[in-house]
Design a protein around this ligand. Structure first.
Ligand SMILES: *[C@@H]1O[C@H](CO)[C@@H](O)[C@H](O)[C@H]1NC(C)=O
Ligand SMILES: *[C@@H]1O[C@H](CO)[C@@H](O)[C@H](O)[C@H]1NC(C)=O
Length: 396
């Protein structure tokens, strides 16, 4: 099967690329099923070049947040965005990471309505040998570590990410001070754009390979709107459909996201120790220019608040099912007991699957989520894009 696809790729690339390339190894990187349609089709080369990056900061919530800024950045520079695999950190193997093809979770086609994109697996299998031969593989670092070296592949997930595609960098560039520091990713600004193009023209730098996402965290308000192009894959939406049919009897429901685990509790402690006006995803409810300290309970709501808010919303929408996604099962168990008296059923996904749970939250009549959590942020953006109402814990 692999040999067959490889041969098809070989033929199509030879038809569109007029010069001789060594396809001796013809490496195929495992792609997700939704992506297989690409293999065997001719893929045009973008003369403006490409942008690649490692989603090397945080887990799904952060990666999906910074993806939007990176997408916007690529469009501003008019380079094709190479969709990186998602980085996951398996519990069974601390200190390592695995690369999950982008399109396992998110569809490629809707993104291309906004800008040209290609999955990293497809790029590396079909185009890299032509567009990005080993002697053109230059790594991009904002600043060199300790002013000395890029160290782009040092540590986890940095090393495993590029090694997954057998990418070695021939050399590195430091771009932060050449482009304008904190504004480097505002590629819609003409000065910023021309600084990029003058310093790193596509002929010499066909692929800008960034050590981290070329986008802000948290995502800026204008880029948040790009979430409307982010659609769950068939793999995820199929599971959602099954869950809504089997566990919710196709009834209307409201959803809540409770980030309550012990790691989260210590993260929230920051708000007790400092008068923080911005913390993680907080601009999603306080805006980019918040002036008041964020109350602790917004990050870590009391169970009383959770009960009261959930009950109010369930009554308002006249539903008997509340879907709950949480990292703390004891909270769920206590809520379940309390809500029994109210004739309200607490429903959850067993075993938990974070992406499926998020997608279920996206379908609820109303959702209550955590203002500080980037996982919640995904739900909020998806629901905004569908004009569905969302509120936050402990914020009026
Ligand atoms: C962006 O790149 C595409 C494809 O290379 C090209 O067709 C288009 O004209 C470019 N747009 C601008 C504004 O340069
Ligand atoms: C609430 O839903 C029930 C069925 O679940 C229905 O019988 C009742 O009329 C609804 N009440 C309102 C106010 O919509």
């Amino acid at each position: 099967m692999h040999y067959y696809k490889c041969l098809l790729t070989w033929i199509t690339i030879h038809l569109v690329v007029p010069f001789d390339i060594n396809f001796g190894s013809c490496t195929q990187y495992p792609a997700h099923q939704d992506n297989q349609a690409n293999v065997g089709q001719a893929i045009a080369i973008d003369p403006n070049g490409y942008i690649a990056y490692c989603p090397c900061m945080g887990r799904w919530g952060n990666q999906a947040d910074q993806f939007l800024g990176s997408l916007s950045f690529s469009r501003g520079l008019n380079r094709t965005l190479i969709l990186p695999p998602w980085v996951e950190y398996p519990e069974w193997s601390p200190g390592t990471s695995v690369q999950i093809p982008f399109d396992k979770y998110i569809r490629v086609q809707p993104l291309s309505q906004y800008h040209r994109v290609i999955t990293m697996e497809t790029f590396m299998s079909n185009l890299a040998a032509t567009v990005w031969p080993p002697n053109k593989r230059i790594g991009f670092c904002f600043y060199y570590r300790e002013n000395k070296q890029c160290a782009m592949k040092e540590g986890n997930p940095f090393g495993p990410f590029w090694n997954h595609f057998e990418i070695q960098f021939k050399s590195y560039v430091e771009y932060g001070n050449r482009i304008g520091g904190g504004n480097a990713y505002y590629s819609f600004n003409e000065h910023v754009r021309s600084a990029w193009n003058q310093n790193f023209p596509a002929e010499k730098y066909p692929v800008m390979a960034f050590s981290g996402p070329p986008g802000d965290f948290p995502v800026k308000a204008h880029d948040r709107l790009l979430h409307k192009y982010v659609k769950w894959s068939k793999f995820i939406s199929g599971k959602v459909k099954t869950f809504i049919k089997d566990s919710l009897d196709k009834q209307r429901f409201v959803a809540i996201h409770l980030r309550m685990g012990s790691d989260w509790k210590s993260a929230c402690q920051h708000l007790k120790d400092h008068e923080a006006k911005n913390y993680m995803e907080s601009p999603q409810c306080y805006g980019d220019n918040n002036v008041k300290p964020i109350p602790y309970k917004v990050c870590y709501p009391s169970e009383n608040d959770i009960f009261r808010q959930t009950k109010r919303i369930a009554r308002k929408y006249n539903v008997t099912n509340v879907f709950i996604a949480t990292d703390e099962s004891s909270v769920r168990d206590r809520l379940e007991q309390k809500f029994k008296k109210e004739q309200i059923r607490i429903v959850s996904l067993n075993p938990p699957e974070p992406h499926v749970e998020l997608a279920i939250i996206g379908r609820a009549e109303h959702a209550i989520v955590n203002c500080i959590s980037s996982f919640s942020g995904f739900a909020k953006r998806e629901r905004d894009a569908k004009n569905k109402p969302t509120t936050f814990w402990s914020i009026k």
